[in-house]
Design a protein around this ligand. Sequence first.
Ligand code: KET
Length: 448
Amino acid sequence: MENVDKLEMNSSAADRRLSTLARHLAVTINNEGSSIFSSPTSAGDSAFANVARAPEDPILGVTVAYNKDPSPVKLNLGVGAYRTEEGKPLVLNVVRKAEQLLVNDRSRVKEYLPIVGLADFNKLSAKLILGADSPAIHGNLVTTVQCLSGTGSLRVGAEFLARHYRERTIYIPNPTWGNHTKVFTLAGLTVKTYRYYDPVTRGLNIQGLLEDLESAPTGAIVLLHACAHNPTGVDPTLQQWEQIRQMIRSKSLLPFFDSAYQGFASGSLDGDAQSVRMFVGDGGECFIAQSYAKNMGLYGERVGALSIVCRTADVASRVNSQLKLVIRPMYSNPPIHGASIVATILKDRNLYHEWTLELKAMADRIITMRKHLFDALGARGTPGDWSHIIKQIGMFTFTGLNRKQVTFMTKEYHIYMTSDGRISMAGLSSRTVPHLADAIHAAVTTVV
Ligand code: KET
């Protein structure tokens, strides 16, 4: 009987997923001119002859365009990836050290990891975001699984929710990281937005945010950026976080934190985890997707973790058992190298300390770039108020430049950025600030 129930549950979950997929594909066909239903054709023709070319990704596609540009002055401020003052990608010293330790350890093998990943990595990741003294950790209320960076953690969390949670609507901020809508929709959730950014004040629309959460259905999922909101660089104050927390708890909404920039906002790992810790501190449940792409510079290693904080240890352990069923048919188990680097650093007091210094140096360099750009625009007398450049937090500045101005800057100045006017401050250096300031000045004064 129990098995039949389970089968029925699974089949209705499968139906839901199929109908969501069908809806998504219908949108895809309309928007991107694709059709997967082309019938096989006569010999010689491709069975995929009707496949239309899809547009490039709005963020990663910027790098594709940049790579094709032969100009010596070209500048990639699209993707959020840290560059040094010399404009080069950075492998942290502490990462090199950890890798050396791993290579020298002949006892290490290349066996499969468990479905949920490296146990040490999972424990240490939960500790990093929740704090070493977190009662949730000590009470075994947290289950953590290693996933494929931040994106994979969001996706696994979303898949779990689509299967096991009663309310399948997720509210995401407007605007947000472009991939959120796709990740959640394809997992089978319905995506709605809540007001977040006010273009007039270039700050948080806290009133609109609270109103939208208040009118959300009881139990709805709410996606929150733990810190360094992407793309706006606008974070709630601690007092506003408290208002958000009260609203979320009073409506029994389920918070899902995306933590892709811990340490990058303030330069402090603990400081940037305050929002999450506030929510875990009240004893309520929550989801957290962590990424080590930016704060350890492990972009291509794809290291991240999904933590689910539950009411009881028993629930946490049952949730863990179901997460395995989500992961196994998707990618079986996660890769070992990146997670081993992270675990090596997090468990060694000296390496950990060294990491915090390197992380702070990256965060500080970004803050310095903000000041340089702000001063450079001031020096040029560029019309408008540019103080948001120094007020915003994290890797990005949400400039307020419109699509036409962005196109102009790319065409005339070979500056690559996302079409919403976001620039990655981490891609700037003292040498390139004047070029960017010239481009912004020209765009603002010549293109409306
Ligand atoms: N969440 C947010 C808010 C985010 O900005 C990113 C990446 C991710 C998750 C996923 O990161 P991962 O590499 O899966 O750990 N953002 C940058 C890169 C990208 O778009 O993939 C970006 O916005 O440029």
